[in-house]
Design a protein around this ligand. Structure first.
Ligand code: SF4
Length: 348
């Protein structure tokens, strides 16, 4: 586990970091930025990638608290993707028959200011015994997806124990980890963690990466190490206003990922989490970006553009939605369920 000194956890500790780096805080435009109930958490490694004199630095936007987070719109939600309604026991979310989420930690290596679970992260406390019994008794579960929080924040002891238990269940064929750690603090991908990933085989790791500046030499090194451990590597990216809502930026990101052997898997339309409207792009803009990518970039670099429905149906391709009236998008699922999304809830 990393040392607490490897992280910036408050505005005073950010100021202390500036001091050690010789950064003149009076030129960083952070005056007046308030602490937030979802506290600041920035790995020092990630802080070193930020140009702190540029208030529009995309990495800074993703991690520095913003007073706009206090602006909560009536249609924004604490549980924007309907986790709670699909949780049969603490720590499990089971929406689709052949796979379930296993959420064993609330901890992350970074606090993303747009986090879809930021208002319920501390309510995710799992009962490990009950969660594993649930998976054992549901033999239709083919894949277990470690989510969170960030599963790479679990102690190696816990991770090892859980992986060993899952591997004793013949119906669980695949193990998947969703993590942002390699993009924000790649040195946490240690030899011990790699050895657990190897024992999890066959397994996949879905890397949460949002900007080409996150694809550093250290990130690429951690990717290579995971590949050598036999891991299938995919990525997911959140579409964020002022960070990556631009076809050129996403082209650069997706090409860099493919060049190091990571297949772009999902581009997420931002969920309706409370206090995140300043990050939200419109569906129309997202579709336009995807059309530009499709026209100009190899299909290897094209992820699926999806939206998680607030009812908890799961990920739905955005191109399934038709714009049915000025404010309404509608899609019909395979089982005939109509999903209606008010477009004014998805645009600023
Ligand atoms: S890493 Fe994921 S769960 Fe953690 S704060 Fe970021 S978006 Fe939320």
């Amino acid at each position: 586990m990393p040392h607490s000194t490897d992280f910036i956890t408050s505005i005073p500790s950010l100021l202390a970091y500036f001091k050690t780096k010789g950064i003149d805080h009076t030129k960083t435009h952070i005056t007046g930025i308030m602490e937030h109930p979802f506290p600041l958490l920035i790995p020092t490694y990630y802080a070193n990638l930020i140009d702190w004199y540029d208030p529009h630095d995309p990495l800074r936007k993703m991690v520095l608290t913003d007073n706009l987070e206090k602006v909560e719109l009536p249609h924004e939600l604490d549980d924007p993707i309907g986790d709670v309604a699909h949780s049969p026991t603490p720590g499990i979310v089971h929406r689709h028959s052949d796979r379930c989420l296993l959420m064993l930690t609330n901890a992350c290596a970074v606090h993303c200011r747009f986090c879809f679970r930021k208002n319920i992260l501390d309510k995710n406390a799992a009962d490990l015994g009950k969660a594993l019994s649930y998976i054992r008794s549901h033999t239709e579960i083919w894949e277990v997806i470690f989510s969170g929080g960030d599963p790479f924040m679990l102690t190696n002891h816990t991770l090892q124990k859980v992986v060993t238990t899952l591997r004793s269940m013949p119906h669980v064929k695949m193990i998947r980890f969703h993590t942002r750690t390699p993009a924000v603090n790649p040195q946490q991908v240690t030899p011990d963690l790699l050895s657990i990933l190897k024992q999890s085989s066959p397994c996949s790791v879905v890397l949460h990466v949002n900007h080409p500046k996150e694809v550093t030499n250290e990130f690429i090194e951690s990717v290579k190490n995971m590949q050598q451990a036999g891991v299938m590597l995919l990525s997911q990216t959140v579409l964020l206003k002022g960070v990556n809502d631009d076809a050129k930026i996403l082209e650069e990101l997706f090409k860099k990922l493919v060049e190091c052997g990571v297949k772009p898997y999902y581009l997420h339309h931002l969920d309706l989490t409370k206090g995140t409207n300043h990050f939200r792009t419109s569906i129309a803009k997202g579709k336009e970006i995807m059309q530009q990518l499709r026209a100009n970039v190899s299909g290897l670099c094209i992820p699926e553009y999806v939206i998680d429905s607030p009812e908890g149906y799961g990920k739905i391709p955005v191109f399934w939605f038709n714009h049915t009236s000025e404010h309404t998008y509608e899609a019909t699922t395979l089982d005939g369920k109509k999903i209606i999304i008010q477009s004014n809830t998805l645009t600023k």
